[in-house]
Design a binder for this molecule. Structure first.
Ligand code: IMP
Ligand code: MG
Length: 333
């Protein structure tokens, strides 16, 4: 049976999952890396050997010569997929025989792009994701195996993990985050896929195959979309600037707010998180303000802290059964 480690976003996406994936892969234990949800709505920013890459479709395994698969829970825009391969090649990354797409992943078409254009009600990334999943579930979609251009990249997940590589060690890379999950997020301000640990199992793995679940959060929260999320105040503008909080896919400004530990607890519990990485501590350090929502109603229970040590201690105590790692670097955990 394959063994899985799962990386899952526990806020609204953009938590720094790409960095965590890259860092875990560099330790060299994995035979495969699988993206398990979403499409080119995601933008993973990765620093590899001094170069910055932004990937939308292709899992970070490719940077280390690890077999990288776009899983069946994903939707693929072929043009963007092929373009991404080109960019990686130009950046000196070896892509031959490393990039695969599950036969049963779905394809984004012109029609999907068209329906997802203009001002969408919830402020989507306009990359055709919602309409593609809609068609998948109305059983009218196109799959990767239906397009000739993808023939060299196709993989059958059953063959791969039950016959060819039954002892695979797989890093499953999530996109978006718990608060954008189609079932557990703030509906309708959500994406169309399963952003949870359960999404990783939908690649055709049994639940027993999971070893570790790495939850990824930021020291503050960000959200991109149509609802109002950022409270008034100069501090949040400072955080937005210091954290360079602009979408990797759309360039839109991300709204900022304090970290919400009460909401985070729900995400950690439901995803079975074993290790929590809290990124961008350096941003709050730069801004010099430390706060968190800690109770059921946000306004009722906002706590402020004097410094980084108080802030980090409080979080570690709040989640006392989880290993919490605080990160201050865009390149390392
Ligand atoms: P969609 O996934 O493009 O349909 O967009 C639905 C909602 O999810 C919008 O609020 C998007 O801004 C948000 N979203 C989708 N993908 C990402 C992501 O990778 N990071 C942050 N927000 C995202
Ligand atoms: Mg992103």
């Amino acid at each position: 049976m394959a063994q899985l480690d799962v990386i899952v976003g526990v806020q609204h996406g953009d938590e720094g999952k790409g960095k965590v994936t890259h860092s875990l892969l560099s330790e060299g234990d994995y035979t495969h890396c699988i993206r398990y949800n979403g499409g080119c709505n995601a933008g993973h920013t990765i620093y590899h050997e001094g170069q910055k890459f932004v990937t939308h479709h292709i899992p970070a395994g490719v940077f280390f010569g690890v077999k990288s698969i776009i899983g069946p829970g994903c939707v693929v825009d072929i043009r963007k997929f092929l373009h991404e391969i080109k960019i990686l090649k130009e950046g000196g990354i070896h892509v031959e025989d490393k990039i695969f797409i599950a036969k049963n992943a779905h394809l984004i078409t012109e029609k999907h792009l068209w329906s997802d254009s203009g001002e969408t009600a919830i402020g989507t990334t306009r990359t055709g994701n919602g309409p593609c999943y809609t068609e998948k579930y109305s059983r009218d979609g196109l799959r990767a195996q239906d397009d000739e251009r993808l023939a060299p990249f196709l993989v059958d997940m059953y063959e791969e993990f039950y016959f060819k590589h039954p002892d695979a060690i797989v890093l499953c890379e999530g996109a978006q985050g718990f608060s954008l999950d189609i079932d557990w997020g703030d509906y309708p301000y959500v994406t169309s896929s399963h952003c949870t640990t359960a999404g990783a199992l939908l690649n055709g793995f049994p639940p027993q195959s999971i070893r570790k679940v790495y939850g990824v959060a930021k020291a503050y929260e960000t959200y991109v979309g149509a609802k109002t999320f950022q409270p008034p105040g100069r501090t949040f503008e400072l955080i937005q600037g210091a954290g360079d909080e602009y979408g990797a896919t759309t360039g839109r400004a991300r709204q900022c707010n304090w970290i919400n530990l009460f909401q985070l607890q729900r995400a950690l519990s439901m995803n079975g998180v074993t290790d929590l990485i809290v990124n961008k501590i350096d941003v709050l350090e730069h801004v010099g303000h430390w706060a968190a929502y800690v109770g059921k109603t946000a306004e009722a229970a906002q706590m402020t802290f004097q410094n980084k040590e108080q802030f980090c201690d409080y979080i570690q105590h709040y989640f006392k059964h989880i290993n919490v790692i605080f990160s201050s670097s865009p390149e390392r955990i």
